[in-house]
Design a protein around this ligand. Structure first.
Ligand code: ADP
Length: 531
């Protein structure tokens, strides 16, 4: 063998080199959520090898207001990166094996900063915040309000970033002044993270991806560019507010690289809003695939393909992801305000259970809901109903009713609302759904997933590894740098430990249950307005 003639020093170097060449590569995912930040490190099979999570402070300055400290969002992410990398290296890996980082984030939440100083001008206004209610009511009366949705996919409400930005401009002197001077930088949390993690004004990276930009009401869904007419309609001057450049969800250069933490120098190459990331993590790459995330609330995204479908049945239209030509997909989206929080409600307010995981056992103490239907409209009903004046209502209580019946009625409420969203999606898209991929805390319950399959008459597919949101961000980043080269390459990712739930009741029986639910929804209407 030729190598046996090589000097020892050269041989050692060759050996070292061949060892580093076969060392596996990993991808990091920043998951900046509403209550916590996390950093997860994935291997090429899509398995989590290290993770770190940190909760941060929630600010509720007035009823209906919800804020985050933008600096704390950044510091919490940095701590998580360092924590996870430490755990990763303890396993014998080196940080150089992490070849790219992806970002996924709470959507709509709005941050404003001064472009010259890089300082945030106000706390971040969180997606749940309803302070712009009055402002939105006025906007709805402006001529042209009805035509906005067909351009940007969202109806006017307190939810999209625009209403939060307009509130800041109308109420915070510093924001107004920065705007007048042309210094006002706007961003959703992904933009703020990319800006700060790149070192702020030193590099001035100011970008966003279409899945996040489509939550602002500034982006045209067809062109994936800012729409001058939309911005004019909101009476904003493009020369005075600096919007992030919209780039692909997967990009080798645009998002820059980490300027701090133990991963300093590592490129950020992927970015997706949280619900889009979950769809990607569930490998919902083609039209007709859908995922439902059962967290505090519940978000269902249905991939409708490469052209946007504007809903006429109470759903939102959004960019699912943009991985370049031929790999850009849109989704219909349905959100349920109260899902896991109804389980928390039984635990915290009624003391029915001590932990969420006990819900199923309590519900299984009885055979059915005993005639009870619980419309969990604690703050009205979201998609597809959009009833503001409904409040939580339990129908059918008799002296026979036990706690188990209420537990069943509670979990059924989330399943019925999911069913209503799926029906709306089928009407909008013209295609029936064959299978629903699921994730989020509530999907841990077999009973809830079986109930979901029974009600909808479709297969429910639950992965073993449920960190699908973070996996989606890792996939976006990994696709840019060749960790995975195509959607086909991802076939082998996250297949293990799946549980399949098949419908076990007839369509007729399911139809009867749903009709009863719809009756209850109708009867819960208007409660808030009653004298
Ligand atoms: P988020 O990301 O919104 O914080 P998670 O996906 O972590 O939410 O899910 C948390 C929610 O799931 C909680 O509201 C909790 O009550 C609910 N949950 C967790 N495990 C179960 C379970 N086994 N059965 C029913 N609900 C559950």
């Amino acid at each position: 063998m030729l190598s046996s003639f090589l000097p020892k020093r050269l041989k050692d170097r060759r050996l070292r080199k061949s060892k580093t060449m076969i060392r596996p590569t990993f991808v990091g995912a920043i998951d900046q959520g509403t209550t916590s930040s996390r950093f997860l490190i994935f291997n090429q099979k899509g398995e989590v090898v290290a993770t770190h999570q940190l909760e941060f402070k929630q600010y509720y300055p007035h009823p209906g207001w919800h804020e985050h400290d933008p600096e704390e969002l950044i510091s919490s992410v940095e701590i998580c990166v360092d924590g996870a990398v430490e755990e990763f290296e303890k396993q014998g890996h080196t940080r150089e094996q992490i070849v790219a980082v992806g970002i996924t984030n709470q959507r709509e939440t709005t941050v404003v900063w001064d472009k010259t100083t890089g300082k945030a001008l106000h706390n971040a206004i969180v997606w749940t915040d309803a302070r712009s209610q009055e402002l939105v009511r006025k906007l709805k009366n402006r001529i042209g309000a009805g035509e906005l949705t067909s351009r940007c996919g969202l109806p006017l409400s307190t939810y999209p970033s625009v209403s939060k930005l307009l509130w800041l401009l109308g109420n915070v002197q510093e924001v107004k002044e920065a705007y007048e001077r042309g210094h006002l930088a706007f961003g959703t949390v992904d933009s703020w993270l990319a800006f700060k993690l790149n070192g702020g004004t030193a590099r001035n990276i100011h970008v966003t991806d279409p899945s996040n930009a489509s939550r602002t009401m500034f982006m045209n869904l067809e062109t994936l560019e800012y729409d001058a007419e939309l911005i004019d309609w909101f009476r904003l001057d493009r020369n005075k507010v600096i919007l992030p450049r919209i780039v692909r969800s997967s990009d080798t250069e645009a998002y820059g690289s980490l300027a701090t933490t133990s991963l300093k120098g590592t490129k950020i190459t992927g970015c997706l809003g949280d619900q889009s990331a979950a769809l990607v993590g569930q490998k919902g790459f083609t039209a007709g695939l859908a995922k439902n995330t059962y967290g505090t609330g519940c978000f269902l995204l249905y991939n409708v393909g490469p052209k946007p479908v504007i809903s006429t049945h109470g759903l939102l239209t959004t960019v699912a992801f943009d991985f370049g030509e031929g790999k850009r997909m849109y989704a219909l989206e349905g959100s349920i305000a109260v899902a896991g929080s109804s389980v928390q409600f039984l635990k915290n307010n009624f003391g029915f259970i001590e932990s969420s995981s006990e819900l199923s056992a309590l519900a299984e103490e009885v055979e059915d809901n005993g005639g009870c239907t619980f419309v969990t409209a604690f703050s009205g009903l979201f998609a597809p109903y959009w009833i503001d004046d409904a409040r939580g209502t339990i129908f059918g209580i008799t002296s026979y009713t036990k706690r188990g019946h209420i537990a069943r009625a509670t979990l059924e409420a989330t399943c019925f609302q999911t069913q209503a969203i799926l029906r709306a999606m089928e009407k909008d898209s013209g295609k029936p759904l064959a299978e629903l991929a699921v994730d989020g805390g509530m999907c841990n319950s077999d009973l809830i997933m079986q109930t979901q399959s029974d009600f909808t008459g479709i297969t429910v597919n639950r992965p073993g590894m449920r960190e699908t949101t973070a996996l989606g961000a890792a996939i976006a980043a990994g696709l840019a740098v060749g960790v995975w080269n195509s959607f086909d390459d991802l076939e082998k990712v996250n297949n293990e430990g799946r549980t399949i739930f098949k419908p076990a009741i007839s369509a007729q029986e399911a139809g009867k249950k749903f009709a009863r639910w719809e009756k209850a929804v109708e009867m819960s209407r208007g409660w808030l307005n009653e004298a």
